[in-house]
Structure formats: C-alpha cells, structure tokens
Design a protein around this ligand. Structure first.
Ligand code: NAD
Length: 250
C-alpha cells in the first residue's frame, strides 16, 4: 500500500488537467487528502469524483482563481474545515504565451503576471498561517526551465517563471523557522494541454534538444513534486528540482 503522504492534506492549484491533475492523483494514491483547485469546474469535479471512487473522501474540488485573495481565504478555510489542517501547497496553476518582448501587450503581460507570479505569492501568503497551525508545511512552486534560461520569445512567461524561482528561495528563508519548506520545480517540455496547443514543429524542436529525446509525461514531474512535498525531503528547502530530460544540461 503506497503511503508516502499518509495523513497529509494537500492543496494543488490548476488541478483540473495536465500536471496538476497528475500531482493530485498521485498524492491521493499516496494516502493524502487533496483539494483540487482550478477555474475549470467541470473538469476539476470530474477528476475529484474519479479519485473518490477509488479513495472515498480523499478528494475535493474547489473553484479557486489564484489571482483572487478572497478565493484563497475561502479555500484555506474550507480545507481546514473539511480535512482539519493543511500541510502541502502545490502552486501549479499557470498560463503560457510565446510573445516576445516587443509584441507582448500590456494586457497580456498583466494577465500572465497575475496568474503565474501573483498567484504563487497569494497562495503562499494565504496558506502559511494554516501550515504554522499544523506545525509544519511544504510548498512546491512550479516554475519551468524557462525560469532558468531564455528562449528568444515568451518574454512575460520567462519573467514570471524566473520570479517564482527566486520568490521560492525568499519564502524558504522567511518560513524556515516556522518549519515550512519551499522549493521550486523546473519542468522541461511535458505532454499536457498547454503543450498540445503548440505547433508540432515547435514541440519536436524542444523535445529533441535535450539528452532524452522525447517529451516528458505529467507523472514524471508529479513524482518529483511528491518527493519535495513529502517528509522524505525534510532537509530540502530553497532548492530547485529540474525535471527536463537534460534540456538545460547541454
Ligand atoms: P495546463 O494548461 O494543461 O494546466 C494548467 C491549469 O491551470 C489548467 O487546469 C488551468 O485551468 C489552470 N489555471 C489557469 N489559470 C488559472 C487561474 N487563474 N486560477 C486557477 N487555475 C488556473 O498546463 P500544464 O502544462 O499542466 O502546466 C502546469 C504548470 O506547469 C504551469 O505553471 C506551467 O507553466 C508549468 N510548466 C509546464 C510545462 C509544460 O511543458 N507543459 C513546462 C514547464 C512548466
């Protein structure tokens, strides 16, 4: 019986599909009770229902727009009311844009910053008090290889993912004495709806540019997130876990 998260309560944002759904499913299979948060209510509810079929009462879907303070406050209150505490936050929700520095509009810039960057900050701000009440916590912020290196486009996306990297270290420093760990994860190209909206040529170019010449799968990231979320990583904070098939190694 897998039990790497036995007794833990986790909140995963952007859990209605893609990597968030894989992380939420793996966490439930490892014994956690999980709140799946997203703005895609139908898809999110469906995944929570599926998980509850095999693990009754272990999954709960919640509408949470990561840009909204009130949504975060409601979510934390709901998690504590339903499951008693909150131990793990995965700030996974995010959106992509390939626009470069000159053709990014102010509206596009602001939308990406609000979801990818402000959303991560609001999530940590809202959940830290609950983790202190629980006695400890683990926060995993999903950045990207685009938070480590440039690519000649995707200006706003790069900016936000780079910000998440250093924000995670700042939060790790701030929360260390509260027994709350904060780490960032940097996936390469992973087969999800976000990537499936790109051209086959663009996908192929990135997928074959690393050491392992294929796209990664959501589960291959989810296992890294699971490790950081679990007590197995009890002395790991302020760290970066790159899961990119060696893209940034070359
Ligand atoms: P996805 O588009 O498949 O899923 C993202 C989820 O976030 C969706 O369910 C979406 O509804 C949700 N979301 C968007 N805006 C939201 C908001 N305001 N509030 C709450 N939820 C919101 O994407 P994915 O590929 O699974 O990406 C997950 C994370 O991984 C993102 O942060 C993304 O930037 C990052 N990432 C993805 C890749 C990749 O190749 N797929 C690589 C590196 C990093």
């Amino acid at each position: 019986m897998p039990n790497r998260l036995n007794g833990k309560v986790a909140l995963v944002t952007g859990a209605a599909r893609g990597m968030g759904a894989a992380e939420a499913s793996l966490f439930v299979n490892e014994g956690a009770r999980v709140v799946l948060a997203d703005v895609l209510d139908e898809e999110g509810r469906h995944i929570a229902d599926e998980l509850n079929r095999s693990h009754a009462g272990h999954a709960l879907y919640l509408h949470l727009d990561v840009r909204k303070t009130a949504d975060w406050q409601d979510a934390v209150a709901m998690v504590e009311r339903t499951f008693g505490s909150l131990n793990i936050l995965v700030n996974n929700a995010g959106i992509y844009s390939s626009s470069g520095v000159e053709n990014t509009t102010e509206e596009e810039w602001q939308r990406i910053v609000d979801i990818n960057q402000k959303g991560v900050w609001l999530g940590m701000k809202a959940t830290a008090p609950a983790m202190r009440r629980a006695g400890s916590g683990s926060i995993v912020n999903i950045s990207s290889i685009f938070g480590l290196i440039g690519s000649g486009g995707s200006a706003a996306y790069h900016g936000t993912k780079g910000a998440i990297r250093i924000l995670s270290k700042a939060a790790a420093a701030e929360f260390g004495s509260s027994n709350i760990r904060v780490n960032s994860v940097h996936p390469g190209i992973i087969t999800t709806p976000m990537v499936q909206s790109l051209s086959p040529e663009a996908r192929q170019a990135v997928a074959t540019a690393g050491c392992i010449k294929r796209e990664g799968q959501p589960d291959e990231v989810a296992y890294g997130v699971l490790f950081l979320a679990s007590d197995e990583a009890s002395y790991i904070t302020g760290a970066e876990l790159v899961i990119d098939g060696g893209y940034t190694a070359l």
